[in-house]
Design a protein around this ligand. Structure first.
Ligand code: ZN
Length: 329
C-alpha cells in the first residue's frame, strides 16, 4: 500500500491551541470558509490548499500563493513509488552520523520539561524520510510540521523568514537541512528564537561541504564556526559533525561524473552506479566524526542550544571556537 510506504504526518489535525499570527503584520488569524484572514485593518488573506493553510509574506518570501494553489511542485516533489523503493535498495550517498545521538539527547531534554511544555515545531519537515528517532517516543509531546512544499507532510505551509506564530509558544524547534535553502538565514534563526519559549530548545543541522542540491532553491553553506555565529543568541548545549568527509568524497565523485552530462537518464545511471560503487565509504564517517582534523572537511554540522544565553557570544570569542586541524598546532 502506497500510504504505508510513504511517511505519513505525525499529527493530522491542527492543534487549536496553537496561536497563529499573520506572517505580514502579526495580527491574529481567523479561519474563514475557504481561507484564513488576519484581524488587522489590512485584512490580509491566505489560501488553504487541500486543507493546508498557506501562510506566507509574499513581500519577503521567494514563494507566492500561486505556487501552491494548483498544488504545483516547489522545493521538492513526491517521488514515484518505484523510485522510492529503488532508493531504499541502493546505499545512501550520505550519512548523518550525529542523528541518533542528537535525537536521543533532545528526547531526554524534552522529557525533562513539564508535560504541557513539550510543543515541537518542525521548520522544513520535507517528506519525513529522515525521521525523528527517539524524539517521537517522548510522551505528551505535541508536533507541528511545516514546510514550503505541499509534497511532503507539512500541516502548515510557511516560510521560516516570517513564521506565522505568536511569540514564545514552542519548546523545541527542529530545523534539519533547511538553512542552506533560505536567502536570509539570520532572519530565519531570529524567527525561530522569537517563537521559542524561555529556555526553549533549538536543533539544527546545516551543510558545509556539499554540492548544489534542490536546484534553484540552494543559497548558503556554513563552517562549524559560521554555524555557531548564526545561533549566537542561543547557549550551546552540543554541536559537532553531522555529515563526514567520506560522504563529501562520494558526493564529489558523483558530481564530477555528473558534470559531463545533462541527460536525465544518464544522470540517474551515474547516481545509481556511484552509490553502488562508493556508498560503503560513508561507513567511515562515524570514526572520522571523532577526529578534530576531519572537521575541516566535514559535509555539515549540527547545533543544539537553548534560548536564554547566560553569556552573550561576542565576536572575538569566535576565534577560540574553531576546532579543526589548525587548532591542534
Ligand atoms: Zn495581516
Amino acid at each position: 500500500m502506497a500510504a504505508t510506504e510513504r511517511n505519513e504526518r505525525l499529527t493530522d489535525e491542527l492543534d487549536p491551541s496553537i496561536r497563529l499570527r499573520c506572517p505580514i503584520c502579526r495580527a491574529a488569524l481567523s479561519k474563514q470558509s475557504t481561507c484564513w484572514r488576519c484581524t488587522s485593518a489590512a485584512a490580509h488573506e491566505f489560501p488553504e490548499v487541500s486543507g493546508v493553510p498557506v501562510l506566507l509574506n509574499p513581500e519577503r518570501s521567494i514563494f507566492r500563493f500561486e505556487d501552491f494553489r494548483p498544488h504545483a511542485r516547489t522545493t521538492f516533489k513526491e517521488p514515484a513509488l518505484w523510485a522510492l523503493r529503488l532508493g531504499r535498495l541502493l546505499p545512501s550517498p550520505s550519512r548523518d552520523v550525529s542523528a541518533p545521538h542528537c535525537r536521543s539527547r533532545l528526547a531526554g531534554l524534552l522529557a525533562e520539561r513539564d508535560r504541557d511544555r513539550r510543543r515541537v515545531l518542525v521548520v522544513g519537515c520535507g517528506d519525513g524520510t529522515a525521521g525523528y528517532g527517539a524524539l517521537t517516543q517522548v510522551e505528551h509531546a505535541s508536533w507541528l510540521e511545516t514546510d514550503v512544499s505541499l509534497a511532503g507532510r507539512a500541516r502548515i505551509v510557511c516560510d521560516a523568514s516570517d513564521l506565522p506564530f505568536e511569540d514564545g509558544q514552542f519548546d523545541l524547534v527542529i530545523c534539519v537541512a533547511v538553512l542552506e535553502h533560505v536567502l536570509d538565514p539570520q532572519r530565519c534563526v531570529d524567527e525561530m528564537h522569537r517563537v521559542l519559549s524561555a529556555n526553549g530548545l533549538i536543533y539544527a543541522t546545516t551543510p558545509f561541504m556539499q554540492q548544489v542540491h534542490m536546484g534553484e532553491y540552494d543559497f548558503m553553506r556554513f563552517t562549524r564556526s559560521g554555524h555557531r555565529w548564526l545561533f549566537r543568541a542561543f547557549d550551546e548545549i552540543d554541536s559537532g559533525m553531522a555529515t563526514g568527509p567520506a560522504s563529501v568524497l562520494v558526493w564529489s565523485v558523483e558530481y564530477f561524473l555528473l558534470s559531463w552530462t545533462s541527460s536525465v537518464a544518464a544522470r540517474r545511471v551515474i547516481k545509481g552506479l556511484t552509490r553502488l560503487a562508493l556508498g560503503w565509504m560513508t561507513w567511515l564517517d562515524p570514526w572520522l566524526a571523532r577526529r578534530e582534523a576531519a572537521q575541516d572537511g566535514a559535509g555539515g554540522f549540527y547545533f543544539i542550544g537553548h534560548r536564554s544565553p547566560k553569556t552573550p557570544l561576542v565576536a572575538r570569542g569566535m576565534l577560540n571556537y574553531y576546532q579543526g586541524a589548525d587548532a591542534l598546532k
